[in-house]
Every structure is written in C-alpha cells, then in structure tokens.
Design a protein around this ligand. Structure first.
Ligand code: TYD
Ligand code: MG
Length: 456
C-alpha cells in the first residue's frame, strides 16, 4: 500500500515542503513549518468532492441594490480619513505596529470617541489589567466615555460575551495575547494568532459587529504575526513612527472600503495622541535657513498632499565600501539614483559616505521623491543650498529622464499655501492653473544638474 505523503506547510508564507525543516526556504521564517494531514487517504484528486451533491448557490448581478453601508465618524478626523471616511459596520480592521508605539492609546481614544457618538463599544485588553486601562483612560480624560471594558485572553469567553452583548464595535488588544482553547499552541504562535483572528473575523461578518484587532510587529516583522491576519481582514492599518520623535503616522496599507496609502498624522503628547491637521507645516516646522543638502519634496500621501524636507549629508569616507545610511526612504531607490547620477551625469559618489533622512520621521515611498532626493544629494555634495522657496518632485528613470507624476496640481497648491513660490518638475507634467507658482519643467537629470549647480 502506498504511504500517504504528508505535506508540510509554512504558516508564515504558505509554501508547501516535502519534509519538515527548521527554516522555511521560501520566506526564511524560522520554526514556521507544520505538518498538514492530507484530506483523504486515497491520494489527491482521485475523487472530486464525492458523490453527495451540494446546494446550488444563488448568483446575482453586479448592479447593487443595497445602499452603501452607513459609516460612523468618530470625530477624530485623522482616524476617520485613514478608515476611508469613517467606520464601516461589520468590518474587520487590523492595527499593526511596534510595541510601545501607541496602539493601545490610539484605540482607547478612538473607541471612546465612537462610544460618545452612540455606538456600543467594547474594549478587551489581553495585555493590561482593567485597572491599568482605567488609569490610562483617566489620564487621557476619557473616564466618562461609555466604553465597556474587559480584561480577558480566553477567546471562547470573549466570543460568548460578544454574542450576549452584541456591540457595534469591539477592540481586541492584542491578538498575540489571545488564546483559543481548540488550538494546542502557545498564545502568540502563528497557529493561535491565525485561529483567533479567523474566529473574530467570522464573528464580525456573521453578527454585524466591527472588530479592531491589534497586532504587534517587530522590526524584522518576525513575530508570529499580523502577516497571516492581513489576508483575513478588510482593512490593515500600520501605526509607525520613530521612537525618539513625537510624531506618529497611521497608514492604511490595505482597505476594502477606501483608498490605501492614506495617512493620519498624530503627535504623542502627555495627554495622549493629538491630531495634526496640517502635517506639511509640522514636517517643515524645524526647517531653518536654507542649508546645503536640504530639498523640499511635494509629495502625496493617499489623497492628501504632504510636504517634507529631504536631508542629505555627503562626507569623505575612510571605509573600503562607503556608508549608505537611509532613514525614511527606500534604500534600493537611493542606490539607483546614486548610480544614475554617477553613470548618466558623471557625478561620482565613490569614496563618499552618504546619509539621507526625511525630517519628522515620515516614510516617503513615492517614486515622485526621486528628483528631490537627487537634489538633496547634489546640494550636499556641491555644498550649495537650494533656494528656500523651492519645491521639487518627479520620478527619475534609469536613462536619467524625468517622468511626470500624478496630482501635480495638488502638490503645487499645497506648496503655495505654505509660502513656496517656485517648483521644479518633469516636462510633460499636466498643470492647469499652475497654482500661481513659477514652475520650471525639465526633461532630464542632466539638465537639472546643469541648471542648478552649473554644468557638471
Ligand atoms: P501604548 O499605547 O501602550 O503602546 P502599544 O499599545 O503600541 O504598545 O503607548 C506606550 C507609550 O506611549 C509609552 O511609552 C508612553 C506613551 N504615552 C504618552 O506619551 N502619553 C500618553 O498620554 C500615553 C497614554 C502614553
Ligand atoms: Mg498596547
């Protein structure tokens, strides 16, 4: 008799292996491979689902008959915007972030705001005792908000409570502490996290309860983690920020009910998270006199224009392979632009250490930042400051040509609002009014170098 071949699946990435090993070859995760028992012993696909017929499902058309779901606004504008314009009923939301970044603080504030708007809200803490959460609420001035508070980690008890209470919104803080008794694994392991999230999301969908799941991620994204939960939920929000900075950014990386990549900006204060209505002004607030190595990038985050200062420092290196230290930008992108500057414009960076930073702790991932990044690098290398009233945007191709980017009008309008009066952008950019800015359109990086820093 042929032995049924068991299969081994990575719980992190889903890759299937023929034998168990300590590390998944596909994604590199450690200790993530589990044995899966085959569905039937007669081998794969020898039968279809068997003889028994299922029920025929009802098929419908794409034309909607229902009105879009009514959304509830919390009144915290930055939070509502990231959700895509308020909370959708029966939606599942994952809020991920490093430990200590402020997830519990944010969600306690949000849940209190929703409760004050009349939603029935539950906050289940698996990490802190009820007394600790109450103390925090008192410090944040939220003690009077009609939030139902529970401290529990047993998922069965939580679901029973939810079934009885039937709230509109429940926050589970955090998924790593939840323990589903039908799974034999420690809380925080992938199988526990996956099972608990699955139960919660299924409950949310079937009972019309919105559920917010908090998940910790480590810097390496290694913890048995929110990664497996991301597929299950409707919306994935990441709460990020540098530890030393008081700014925190809530970013939508997936949203079935609104635009992804939308951001909300907060400031961590003694009294909790304060909303930052005008992030551009904040990110540029520490900008002093024009200095070499500084360029202002007119970016778009989600649906909103955000101006940021890109800072570069270039110094002679004593190392065989010079440093490339990048904070807040994609380091692969930085390498590409250094290579383009070197081979297309003849400006070498060999033997020079390069440090790049986005002021304020924002992560800028748009390709439109290429030109501002190159400008900061060149300005630092040539020790020449760019004009203080200039904003820059545009994508750089490998041939050093400048490519137009979207929403130029919005970028220019925001820049003008903040007192900038000239802009450098790629030729071919569609700008209707010009927003009252002196816009210089350039075809390629070589022209830019010649214009700004003299030929070469
Ligand atoms: P917390 O919400 O507990 O983080 P997480 O749930 O993501 O682990 O926030 C922890 C940090 O926030 C802690 O270092 C203290 C700081 N904090 C403030 O600065 N002000 C406040 O009002 C609160 C409640 C926290
Ligand atoms: Mg917490």
């Amino acid at each position: 008799m042929a032995k049924t071949s068991a299969s081994f699946t990575c719980t992190e990435c889903g890759a299937v292996h023929r034998k168990w090993s300590g590390r998944c070859d596909a994604c590199g995760a450690w200790n993530s491979i589990v044995e899966e028992t085959p569905l039937s012993s007669s081998g794969p696909a020898s039968k279809s689902l068997g003889g028994a017929k299922g029920k025929r499902i009802d098929l419908t058309t794409l034309a909607t008959e229902e009105a879009p779901p009514p959304r509830t606004l919390s009144g915290m504008d930055e939070f509502d915007r990231v959700l895509g314009g308020g909370l959708v009923p029966a939606s599942a939301i994952l809020v991920g972030g490093d430990p200590g970044i402020g997830k519990s603080t944010l969600l306690l504030q949000a849940v209190a705001a929703f409760a004050r708007k009349g939603l029935k809200c539950l906050y289940i803490s698996g990490e802190e005792a009820a007394a600790q959460v109450r103390m925090r609420a008192a410090r944040l001035g939220l003690a009077d908000a009609p939030v139902h508070l529970g401290a529990e980690t047993n998922l069965r008890d939580i679901l029973t409570t939810l079934e009885a209470e039937r709230p509109d919104l429940v926050v589970i803080d955090s998924i790593q502490t939840m323990w589903a008794d039908m799974v034999e694994a420690a809380p925080g392991s992938v199988s526990q996290v996956r099972a608990a999230a699955h139960e919660l999301v299924t409950f949310a969908k079937s009972r019309g309860v919105s559920v917010v799941i908090v998940g910790h991620v480590t810097k390496e994204g290694q913890i048995a983690g929110p990664r497996v939960v991301e597929h299950m939920v409707d919306t994935v929000l990441y709460f990020e920020g540098e530890r030393g900075h008081q700014f925190r950014i809530l970013r939508a990386v997936k949203n079935r009910f609104g635009p992804a990549s939308e951001i909300g900006v907060f400031e961590m204060t003694g009294g909790g998270l304060a909303e930052v209505a005008n992030p551009s002004a904040l990110f540029l607030s520490e900008r002093g006199q024009p200095a070499p190595g500084s360029a202002v990038f007119a970016g778009i985050e989600g649906t909103r224009p955000v101006l940021t200062e890109i800072q570069a420092l270039v110094a002679p290196s004593s190392l065989a392979s010079p440093r490339r230290t990048v904070v807040g930008l994609d380091s692969g992108r930085v390498s590409t632009i250094l290579a383009v500057l070197e081979s297309r414009c003849g400006i070498p960076f060999a033997g020079l250490d390069v440090f790049l930073n986005v002021a304020g702790g924002l992560k800028v991932l748009e390709p439109a930042a290429d030109l501002a990044l190159a400008a900061a690098l060149l300005s630092a290398r040539e020790d020449t400051a760019l004009p203080a009233d200039m904003v820059i945007f545009g994508e750089i191709s490998l041939s050093a040509a400048l490519r137009p980017v979207g929403q130029a009008e919005n970028r220019l309008k925001e820049a003008q609002k903040l007192g900038f009066s000239q802009a450098i952008l790629p030729v071919g950019t569609k700008v209707e009014g010009g927003a009252g800015m002196a816009a210089r359109k350039l075809p390629d990086l070589v022209t830019f170098v010649g214009d700004m820093f003299g030929a070469g």
